[in-house]
Design a protein. Structure first.
Length: 95
């Protein structure tokens, strides 16, 4: 595992219920602000029991995970408000 991947996983592990962030935010926090897509690749390997991967969405709030249904359900459990496959509340943290 690369240092960047380790940082991504550590950052995502710290996300709290009600905190929704963008892939770009995680990339920026991990030291590579232009690596949003790489963050998605790292998170694609996680299971529900690992880290709260479902709290990471596109900057516009859109859910794009291949596990969209799982992500929607987990976000709703967290108390997020969705409009289709887009998070409306809470606001998505962006870089």
């Amino acid at each position: 595992m690369t240092e960047f991947e380790q940082r991504v996983l550590a950052i995502v592990a710290e996300l709290q219920q009600g905190q929704i962030v963008s892939y770009g935010w995680v990339a920026s926090e991990a030291g590579k602000p232009r690596a949003a897509r790489a963050v998605g690749n790292v998170l694609g390997y996680l299971s529900d029991d690992d880290r709260p991967w479902w709290r990471v969405v596109q900057a516009n709030g859109q859910i794009v995970s291949p596990r969209r249904a799982d992500q929607r359900a987990l976000l709703l459990e967290d108390g997020a408000i969705l409009d289709g496959d887009r998070v409306v509340e809470p606001p998505v943290q962006r870089p």
